[in-house]
Design a protein around this ligand. Structure first.
Ligand SMILES: Cc1cc2nc3c(=O)[nH]c(=O)nc-3n(C[C@H](O)[C@H](O)[C@H](O)COP(=O)(O)OP(=O)(O)OC[C@H]3O[C@@H](n4cnc5c(N)ncnc54)[C@H](O)[C@@H]3O)c2cc1C
Length: 380
């Protein structure tokens, strides 16, 4: 390792930016590290946001450390509530709302934006999204006991919120055009079991349906059914934040394009986490992000370390039906082979040559995820 690996400026204090800061600090005890973040810079577990309510946690109790505490613990500089509005690559400076800050090596860990949800009348209704602690505090504020929640989207995050909110006493109605929950991750058999299990705890599903019109407190579906609600939450996916990078002339596609070293098209600028498009595509989950942070920390500390990624299963936080998924790479051709009965199902996604390329597990099979993952092809 070089004696002086040099400093680094990281934009973003989510799991990506903060894990990188921690891993880099381990390898470079004296190098200056600055984290600039648009939010409050608190350390918290984002995956907990869709499981916290039923566990009696509040936005305040989800905070593990304040920005100040993390700054002191790692001996780094954290600049919270500072939005980077542009990257001046010629001057090697970040433009903030009220000043500029120089960098030698820059890392973008700026996450993703909730996909906007628009239908007729949607501008007359507050449709919440939850993608960070600030959003979560706004969402939780004003939820009334036993309130009626309209939840748009039955994907991974939508299904987790449906389980959590229902367990916490809310009356949840889910609308999704897909025929079963987690439609992109589960075959029919498991998807229908998920719908059955969530319905059994009180979630009302309108699957294969869309909202045709929204008015304050009332949604009319495309089959004419009317759903009354107190609060609306959209969970229809995320779009990597590429605007800052694109405006600076960096290569962007579905995310900020990075190579195996997590380097963008500018060799002094790196990126990781939800904002990126790796060689394996966008990977908006914690496990790949941790691997990215470790590899990038080593590279920044002078040990060039290409990213490698084994298959990484994701646990679905739906206690009504424990599930784990390990989706095949996007665009993979193959078919599902499902075994098991009722809640306990094991589905392998098998390619033309008979090789398993991904899986989905429910009930008692969910515990097999780590063992099964070892037999799956590496992502990178
Ligand atoms: C409700 C929910 C549940 C989830 N559950 C799971 C799960 O169970 N398992 C799993 O693997 N994954 C889960 N995920 C996904 C996982 O949490 C994310 O992949 C991960 O947290 C992304 O971290 P990140 O650091 O890339 O982005 P973020 O956490 O979004 O951080 C982005 C940071 O960039 C800052 N920023 C953005 N723009 C600017 C700017 N212009 N200037 C300054 N700062 C800026 C933001 O303030 C923020 O600090 C879940 C996601 C959600 C929303």
């Amino acid at each position: 390792m070089p004696r002086d690996p040099g400093g680094v400026v990281i934009v973003g204090s989510g799991l990506g930016g903060y894990t990188l800061a921690r891993e880099f600090r381990k390898l470079a005890p004296d190098a200056p590290v600055t984290v600039i973040t648009a939010d409050g810079g608190e350390v918290y577990s984002k995956p907990m946001l869709s499981a916290a309510f039923a566990q009696g946690k509040t936005p305040m109790t989800l905070i593990q450390k304040t920005a100040r505490q993390y700054q002191a613990e790692l001996n780094i500089t954290v600049l919270p509530r500072q939005k980077v509005v542009a990257i001046d690559r010629a001057a090697k400076q970040l433009v903030l709302s009220d000043g500029r800050i120089g960098y030698q090596r820059l890392v973008l860990a700026i996450g993703a934006d909730p996909r906007p949800y628009t239908v007729e009348g949607s501008d007359s209704v507050t449709i919440h999204t939850v993608n960070d602690l600030d959003d979560y505090a706004v969402w939780r504020d004003g939820l009334i006991p036993g309130g009626r929640v309209l939840l748009i989207g039955a994907g991974l995050i939508g299904s987790e919120f449906a389980n959590d909110l229902t367990t916490a006493g809310q009356k949840v109605t889910v609308v999704d055009p897909a025929p079963w929950p987690l439609g992109r991750l589960l075959p029919k058999e498991l998807g229908e079991e998920a719908a059955t299990a969530l319905s059994a705890i009180g979630v009302v599903f309108h699957l294969g349906r869309s909202v045709a019109k929204l008015e304050p407190g009332r949604a009319t579906l495309d089959n004419g059914v009317v759903v009354d609600f107190d609060k609306a939450l959209s969970a229809i996916g995320l779009v990597p934040r590429t605007g800052l990078a694109a405006a600076a002339g960096l290569a962007v596609d579905k995310g900020i394009v990075v190579d195996r070293l997590l380097r963008t098209s500018d060799p002094d600028i790196y990126a990781l986490g939800d904002c990126t498009q790796t060689e394996a595509g966008p990977l908006p989950f914690v496990a790949p992000l941790m691997a990215e942070a470790k590899a990038l920390a080593a590279t920044l500390a002078g040990i060039e370390t290409p990213l490698t990624l084994p298959a990484l299963p994701v646990v679905v936080k739906t206690p009504a039906l424990p599930m784990a998924v390990c989706p095949p790479a996007p665009g993979t051709v193959g078919q599902w082979r499902v075994e098991g009965q009722g809640r306990d199902r094991k589905a392998l996604f098998v390619g033309g040559d008979g090789q398993p390329l991904g899986f989905a597990l429910s009930g008692s099979y969910a515990a097999e995820r780590q063992t099964l993952a070892k037999g799956m092809p590496d992502l990178l």
